[in-house]
Design a protein. Sequence first.
Length: 612
Amino acid sequence: MYKKLIYMVLISLLLLSGCSLSGLSTQSQYEIKQGRLSLHNWDYDTGEIIRLNGEWEFYWKDSLTQNKEAKQYITVPSTWHRNIDQPPLGYGSYRLVIENVSNDQQLGLSLPTVSTAYVLWINGEKVASSGEIGVTEQETVPYFKPQDVFFYAENSQVEVVMEVANFHYRDGGIWESINFGNANDIKDRSFTIIAFELIIFGALLLSGLYHVVLFILRKQNLSMLLFSLVCFIVSIRILVTKKMLITQFFPFIQWEYIIKMEYLTFYCSVPLFCWVLHMLYPRQFSKLFCKILTIISLVSSLFVIVTVPKVFTQSIIIYQIVTLLGIIYVSFALIRALKEKEEGALFVNLCAGFLSITVINDILSVNSIIHTYNLSSLGLFVFIFSQSSIIAHRSEKAFSEMERVSNELAILNKTLEEKVHERTISLQNSRDELEKANKQLRNLSYEDQLTKIPNRRYFDSTFEHNWLNALKVEQMISVAYIDIDYFKLYNDTYGHEAGDECLKKVASTLKTTLRDYEGHIARIGGEEFIAIFTHLDNDELHQVCENCRLAISQLDIPHEGSLISNRVTVSIGAAQVIPTKNIKRNELIKAADESLYKAKEKGRNQIVIATL
């Protein structure tokens, strides 16, 4: 069985490696020297893509004034901290001139993530940006946005200028290769890379879901759960690295959260891998080693959660060293498992070796020691596949044994089928009754027992839902406080039983009045009610509030104790806003409460509306 799997993996590696690395020039004949690249021998139709690696012009803490005194040269890809001994926090401009370019071909640049904000100019025209550049931390908005840009050369020369600012990360600058080529070739390469990552993401996600189902079916097998967690974490990591696919699905997500996810997925995946291996080969993998690795991971993860990127990104080198030590330990443990002829050890050793090579490759690449393509996602996929195959093989053996035992018990179970059926029906009926009781209890928890309208708990839940929806679609949301005027005097005059009847009538009338406006009404305490509306402008909000006020007046409930009328009246304070991320929900509630206070100050039986 494992021989066939080894052949399948080797063939898959050849195919996937060809997909992921195709189209990149070795650049033996294209060399950037002192900010210039000559393409006099370049053939546009060969599909060759050139990595713009070499000496770019660099202007530290300067926009591109081309001040010769400020000009220096920097190697791309690299960080300015490591290459020209500048502090990691700062800003500067890169410049490259590409000569002997055809002006009748559409050209393209494939831009990687750049630390941590940039603006790209081609021949003096702004063509792309990521985040917002500035000269201070407050002015700079970081963002990672891999993207492709396309353009035509106005003449045989292309000037590429990139202004970069970094005040939020451990290193600044162009730390990955920028690729240049024919527009169609750039598009094809980006499509291939994205398709490659999505294939691995989908495979890992399905594998994780599959093993979750297996764990649910057989909770004794904890390795299934741990393995599914590894699959999910690695699939998330694919979304927040390289092409940053998460920004395609969730463009609103903040840069800091993306970086935290990138580091957390790395910190969490390493100990989980080791725990899965411990489950597979408990005699070769020390539980103490797994516990120590887990503690280091938890401490590192907590550090990521509670600090900002420019602080916690400094910890990566420590964890990378821990990871390399872990790889060494895992290698020795797997070799021991191979010597002791554990099941599937040869297959796992081959895949673990491939994973180790890809992880070391990426660690060296991240630290700008080498400049290669990121391969850890492919290595993780292959290694996870090896573990999945062993788990599947062991599960298959267990299921076969279970099937044998089940067949032997089938005869004995025949006599019990009727009793089991009766018991199942009884349990079903009990479950239905329990669900019915839970539903009634849920309704009671959301209902005011006196007025039979929703209560404060219902309002809080509904208001949060409506606020988030209004924030998402950028629509108006309104809140109105409705208070019965001098209700304490009403109770003092007519008694609490009459007060309760008054509250019931007012609640019923408000509920009926608001029905046409798709509003939600709730009693939040005493004589006070609150309503939520969406889609209403200022005039419509005033109209619905006026309808409520008139409807209560027209109930003609006597109120001799009132200081403003001989019947029951209400004061209404409302507020409305189009939510943004800078406005908190409580600000709308507070504004409506203040409007109610003003309505009472103006003499009650009034309406006051505020717009934030």
